[in-house]
Design a protein. Sequence first.
Length: 296
Amino acid sequence: MKPNFLIVGAAKAGTTALYYYLKQHPDIGFPDLKETKYFSTCNLNLPQNGIGDHSIDKYAVKDWIEYLKLFKGLSSYKRIGEASPDYLVYHKETAPLIKDTLGDIPIIISLRNPIKRAFSAYTNLKRDSREPLSFGEGLDAEEDRLNDNWDFMWGYKKGGLYFEQVKTFLNTFTNVKVIFQEDLKTDTKRVIKEVYSFLKVNPDFKTDTSIEHNPSGIPKNVIAKFLLNRNNKLATNIREFLKSVMPRSILEKVASHSLEKKSISKPEQELLKNYFEDDIAKLETLLGRDLSKWIQ
């Protein structure tokens, strides 16, 4: 049994929420492991060298047989999917490999204002006690880090250069659905209904969209900072135990209340606005969508 559709990214653009929303549909099945990273891992040099990258690498599925085992027991579903947001970043390698391996399957891409996506990726790594630098310092260090084989999540700027990423998938696959995190957040039911229609399953299924998934932010207290630390083995073991005995919905609510939201500074916002402006303009033409709000 193989997946017959994929959510390929982008990271911090609603892919986790989309995974949990679609997983509720009686005709859609996913493995419990959200990010298999199989098609990207084929081209990665593991282990990666970034702070705490080992805590991510250990979940990557490197073997085809092990990959197929993830989908065992899902044969009763009309649609079987997986969601790995690094597939979009590594588009040049992953898109043709996915096509050769799984065929011309439906592809879902979720995008987000690249400026906000970059800062969300930063606060995500801050949340996990992986990022020691300020956001500005992290932007300056990005190229060196990626050249030194750090995980794709450290690419605050690179992860938001959507034009070539999306273009590759549009040129490789016949059926590509591009959605926007902003729409998924503000008009959730409409977007989910569109995705269900795209996947040719009952679009009128009522999905619970009340839970915030994978929130970013800075831990408010010592306990939250400890439990979310991906560099502490004890914290990791406690976190894995809690995930095994408590519903995800409760854990997400606790995490959300334990995190303080931060805002990007004006100078950093202007820097990224200038950086992404040309790419956004090309993406607008490619998709035929007005994205001017991203740089206003």
